[in-house]
Design a protein around this ligand. Structure first.
Ligand code: NAD
Ligand code: IPM
Ligand code: MN
Length: 368
């Protein structure tokens, strides 16, 4: 019997609604795999934790995460007004999410931007631009750069308020994420798009120097350099040219949400945040306060994050594939949550129903 401890951090907004579907799926996977046992350990995280305990990442949650084999996170964060009710440093982004990333050094964030041709009607892009579908792996550095650099606020000699936030990387951090980029490219189409801004940022100059130093060790990978601003345009005009894209933290935050845009919804953006010892899995999107509590969020990003966890943390490749196929098959039958199901022939379903249909499809797949 293989037993895995999973910390469940449902979080805020739509987090609990999509996490409920993830739990459904995990129970179904467990039932299909008699040799596998999941110990699911829910813990408070985010604004909900702050209001209950005074901390958005309480010690008890840290302990549960420390003991877990993998962490599954929903979403955190409040709308702009409600956020102001929490002191800046305890707001869930600064008080919980970034400390989670730092605690486990989850430096490699995989954000697949994937839409098979049959589902290309979800995308706002024209069919001729999508061609055979969209299949890009954005690899975002997740524990460095502006997010974690030195920060200072104060008043200058003229009495003006100022702020300083530093984009910091050391060469080891850059090398580690670039290696992930090269290795991922080797496993896919052997093309690596290096996204940078070396015409302005010194951090990108060092980044590109390390790309050049590493490239000879990966002679089978072709490196293509693209400035981040141009990459934003090309993602819309010709996404098919990209396969693996590697970039620093902030560029990856922005371009991966654009990835959700070209797919048609942030509800189609799962992710894996991989560290040397522990990884955690989360949708790329936020807590969607505008639709929270209505049971209409698209749980694909959350269930896709479960599929990534099965594959990357538990080595359950075939079950992970079955899960992707189950979700694809639900969409292929015309079902969709309101972010996607548009037009006369769309079969509109809610969050719970999507989870139920995925489980039903999964159970049609061969058992191990
Ligand atoms: P958001 O991603 O929450 O929402 C942007 C838009 O996308 C909204 O219209 C929302 O309804 C829609 N959307 C997002 N996920 C969806 C889903 N699964 N199904 C259907 N529609 C979906 O971004 P935001 O509104 O800028 O941020 C809201 C809060 O989330 C903020 O507090 C922010 O800091 C936080 N946030 C958290 C994370 C995280 O937990 N990792 C990520 C991003 C933002
Ligand atoms: C994401 C989010 C976070 C980020 C926020 C909530 C801190 O936007 O995971 O993409 O900027 O990394
Ligand atoms: Mn983001």
């Amino acid at each position: 019997m293989q037993s895995y401890k999973i910390a469940l951090l449902a979080g805020d907004g739509i987090g609990p609604e999509v996490m409920k579907q993830a739990v459904k799926v995990l129970k179904a996977v467990e039932a299909r795999n008699p040799d596998v046992n999941f110990e699911l350990n829910p813990a408070l995280f985010g604004a909900v934790a702050y209001f209950e305990t005074g901390k958005s990442f309480p010690q008890e949650t840290k302990d549960i995460c420390d003991q877990a084999d993998a962490i599954l996170k929903g979403t955190i964060g409040l709308n702009h007004e409600d956020s102001q009710k929490i002191p800046v440093d305890e707001q869930p982004e600064r008080g919980a999410l970034l400390p989670l990333r730092r605690r486990y050094n989850t430096y490699a964030n995989f954000r697949p931007v994937y839409l098979p041709k049959e589902l290309s009607h979800f995308s706002p892009l024209k069919a001729e631009i999508i061609g055979d579908g969209i299949d890009i792996m954005i690899i975002r550095e997740l524990v460095g750069g502006l997010y974690f650099g030195h920060k200072e606020t104060g008043v200058d000699e003229q009495g003006r308020r100022f702020v300083r936030e530093v984009l910091e990387y050391d060469e080891d951090q850059i090398r580690n994420i670039l290696k992930v980029g090269f290795e991922t490219a080797q496993k896919r189409k052997k093309v690596l798009h290096n996204i940078h801004k070396s015409n302005v940022l010194k951090s990108s100059v060092l980044w590109n120097t390390i790309v050049d130093e590493l490239a000879p060790s990966y002679p089978d990978v072709e490196v293509k350099h693209i400035l981040v601003d141009a990459a934003a345009t090309l993602l819309c005009l010709n996404p098919g040219q990209f396969d693996v894209m590697v970039m620093e933290n902030m560029f990856g935050d922005i371009l991966s949400d654009q990835g959700g845009g070209i797919l048609g919804s942030l509800g189609l953006m799962p992710s894996a945040c991989v560290g040397p010892e522990k990884s955690y899995y989360e949708p790329s999107h936020g807590s969607a306060p505008d639709i929270a509590g209505k049971n209409i969020a698209n749980p694909y990003s959350m269930i896709g994050s479960v599929a990534l966890m099965l594959e990357m943390s538990f080595g359950m490749e075939s079950e992970s594939k079955h899960l992707w196929n189950a979700m694809k098959s639900v969409f292929a039958q015309g079902y969709g949550t309101p972010d996607l199901a548009k037009g006369d022939d769309a079969k509109l379903i809610d969050t719970d129903k999507f989870g139920d249909l995925v489980v039903a499809e999964l159970n049609k797949a061969p058992r191990p």
